[in-house]
Design a protein around this ligand. Structure first.
Ligand code: FAD
Length: 311
């Protein structure tokens, strides 16, 4: 068994593994896809200390650091079940989809999240070519341009307010006949001069010229008419889904959105099990925050292991 098993190999999991390995603990990472969301990220310009990098390049540097610290990396290893220890100091077990079982006295769960896609033609084709999911990351790429934000919940309206400050014009597109965001956010949005709000509008396609986004098609759900907007960017804000489905019914506490509930020491409700990054209730899902949370979870696991007798 491992002393620490990290489940998930994104920025949070890698940071955690480097910390516990450097404390001298036998550490493993089981990851469905090492690098996580970084694999889908082109330019990264907001990671302090790194002026510019690209997701796959950062993934490869993280891989090097994992090897350097003698972490046992199991890639293409997807956790399908968590069996928590029955007694304090006992072994927690993780069943993998491939049938294997891994065990460790302490677990760090960092299985990340995924943006809910629109699922319309053109979305995949123009991902990173005008279709974006993270306003904090990609907003500045659309300086002065016309963009749409799809989704009228808190994240969509926040994104529209944020982007209106950077881009030339924002069209907010909501499927329902009203926005679901907090009133105060809606009032702020309506006060902005370069924002238009379309309700009862169903996005049906992202259009492009073969290399970049040129617009968006939608159906006016009231009249049934098909309409088109000329745009240079589309931000999809219809939800971030934590990769925690596999943890249901394990005894681990999840929020109503499926996020792993942690305290300010990255501890879950189960002793010896910690969590970090986009899969948790910690707000603001970013690389730098995921790495910071991963290191916190690792130091908490260290505290746990030195205070708890092995069962
Ligand atoms: P993830 O990166 O999601 O990693 C999760 C890991 O867990 C992966 O290895 C995954 O394969 C694995 N996993 C999932 N389920 C299981 C399972 N059941 N068993 C085992 N392993 C599992 N942030 C920035 O700060 N700057 C940016 O410029 C930026 N750009 C982005 C661009 C895009 C297109 C996207 C999608 C995100 C971007 N982000 C950016 C957000 C950033 O990538 C995430 O906040 C960060 O990767 C979260 O790290 P994480 O380790 O918590 O999760």
């Amino acid at each position: 068994p491992f002393e620490v098993l990290v489940v998930g190999g994104g920025p949070a999991g890698v940071a955690a593994s480097v910390y516990t390995a450097r404390k001298g603990f036998r550490t493993g990472i089981a990851a469905e896809r090492f690098g996580g969301q970084l694999n889908d990220t082109l330019g990264i310009e907001n990671l302090p200390g790194t002026v510019y990098t690209e997701g796959p390049k950062l993934t490869s540097t993280l891989g090097e650091q994992v090897r350097e610290n003698e972490v046992d990396l199991m890639n293409l290893a997807k956790g399908s079940k968590l069996l928590p220890a029955k007694e304090a100091g006992g072994l927690h077990r993780i069943e993998l989809e491939n049938g294997a079982t891994l065990s460790a006295r302490s677990l760090i769960l960092s299985t990340g999240a995924r943006w809910r896609p629109l699922g319309v033609p053109g979305e995949d084709e123009y991902r990173n070519k005008g279709v974006a999911y993270c306003p904090h990351c990609d907003g500045p790429l659309f300086k002065g341009k016309r963009i749409a934000v799809v989704g009228g919940g808190n994240s969509g309206v926040e994104a529209a307010i944020d982007l209106a400050n950077i881009v030339g014009h924002v069209t907010l597109i909501e499927f329902e006949d009203k926005l679901r965001a907090d009133e105060v956010l809606q009032a702020k949005l309506q006060s902005l001069g370069n924002v238009e709000i379309l309700k009862s509008a169903q996005t049906t396609a992202v259009t492009g010229d073969g290399s970049r986004v040129t617009g968006l098609d939608y159906e006016d759900r009231k009249s049934g008419e098909q309409r088109h907007l000329d745009l240079e960017g589309v931000f999809v804000q219809i939800g971030l889904v934590p990769n925690t489905e596999w943890l249901k019914d394990s005894g681990l506490e999840l929020s109503q959105y499926g996020e792993i509930i942690i305290d300010d020491h990255a501890a879950t409700n189960l002793p010896g099990i910690f969590a970090a990054g986009d899969a948790t209730t910690v707000p603001y899902k970013q690389i730098v925050t995921a790495m910071g949370e991963g290191s916190k979870a690792a130091l908490s696991a260290f505290d746990y292991l030195i205070r708890t007798e092995a069962a």
